[in-house]
Write a protein that binds this ligand. Sequence first.
Ligand code: FES
Ligand code: MG
Length: 589
Amino acid sequence: MTDLKRPLRSQQWFDDPNHADMTAIYVERYMNYGLTRAELQSGRPIIGIAQTGSDLTPCNRHHLELAQRVKAGIRDAGGIPMEFPVHPIAEQSRRPTAALDRNLAYLGLVEILHGYPLDGVVLTTGCDKTTPACLMAAATTDLPAIVLSGGPMLDGHHKGELIGSGTVLWHARKLMAAGEIDYEGFMEMTTAASPSVGHCNTMGTALSMNALAEALGMSLTGCASIPAPYRERGQMAYATGKRICELVMQDVRPSQIMTREAFENAIAVASALGASSNCPPHLIAIARHMGIELSLEDWQRIGESVPLLVNCMPAGKYLGEGFHHAGGVPAVMHELQKAGRLHEGCMTVSGSRIGEIVADKVTGNREVILPYDEPLKHSAGFIVLSGNFFDSAIMKMSVVGEAFRKTYLSEPGKENSFEARAIVFEGPEDYHARINDPALDIDERCILVVRGAGPVGYPGSAEVVNMDPSAALIKQGVTSLPCLGDGRQSGTSASPSILNMSPEAAVGGGLALLQTNDVLRVDLNARSVNLLIDDEEMQRRRAAWKPSYPASQTPWQELYRQLVGQLSTGGCLEPATLHMRIIARSGGM
Ligand code: FES
Ligand code: MG
């Protein structure tokens, strides 16, 4: 083992002759399960394994087994592993929404990393919000840390077709609305998309965020894309356990890895991946906890012009296994490097700079990872919109398809803009209750609007903006309408939506003033969405508006609502973003 660059903080607990009484108390209970005093006082690093897997978090559950390989790696490198639970965040089952738990898991993890005798931590990531929650905590504490992704599920298949988790749901919903499948057919088709352990196999939020963790330099090379059941996943777990010990001994901190340049690399990678629309708020949140003021403007400035290089659902046709065999994140970064779109000097947890790592990582499959100058789509990043009733919203251009362009964005003389009649819903429950109400008179020139779905309104912010047209329209062949709202949408959705509208309706954003049958003008060239009513009418509505949102159901929901910021700035607990490097601050340990 290499020499220590600084004393281990765990020895403040386990070996302090000046406080023998406290040392004795700390040491004796850890000896209870077989650790020896000699081990605890040997000056070997104590490595936490932040366990996000449990029976309640099925996407990460195999981390319970992977942790055994992590522990073997830690032991072989001279460290002592200590596994502990992270508050579960299960995207597919947490009510009212898993987004509520990202900040809760973050808070809990910060307290553990700060308050226990840990010298470094392996962050087990996977399901959507588990990755940003872990990285936010690593940023705040600045304790040596490394990401171990759980990896995507195997590819899904149904009747000879590749089908992806999440994405299949949006497709099957339309088939059921059109009367082409029934409940049994719906269940069979959707569950076939998830054939093994692992997180979603589409380029949804889970695979996107794990890819960005690797692009940031926080995991070993190739970690993100290895499918969960592959043997390489266990081998990666072992290598990750070994490597964290070296990071502790060399005192490599997240602040040396997650720099502004690293975040800019991650933005470029997100565009090339056709990454989830949840990546902007998550990456902004991680950066802000690192003390870096990343903004939506950075996403547009750096990311918008980057082409779509990765042919994965929902923007393309392949899934996690195909992405992995094509070379995964390093092969994507190789294309960006050749195009001069990478900060090559960024350090990574592997000990090498990103430019060196990806220099020879040419893809093995041009069907899945395309060359920069022959992409699936040009300028495929997110655009940032604003208007006379909101400050910012995003739109994911990689999923804006030809059919949508033809219907809405190609009127001669008005290319890239359209006007639409708003149909306004008060949250997802109201949408489901009324979407098929004939009185709404929904046609193909309507825009579906949902409000009350932002961080305060639907505490956490709901993934609901990707709304389907009415069943009647779907039966006529109109399978998608433009959507807009203050909520988010699933990263697995290909809906052409204007999302994450900030400020949200619940805090008095102008979205609260919209009425059904108002006309909105969307102009993608001008990056604007404007409500076509005069100022007097706007003021009249503003004067009549009263703040309201459903009562909090739990104490955490209430605390969350009091402290949370808007999605445009990451949906963070605002007091937590004050630049607190907690461990660095408390005596440099
Ligand atoms: Fe957990 Fe998709 S629901 S990764
Ligand atoms: Mg999601």
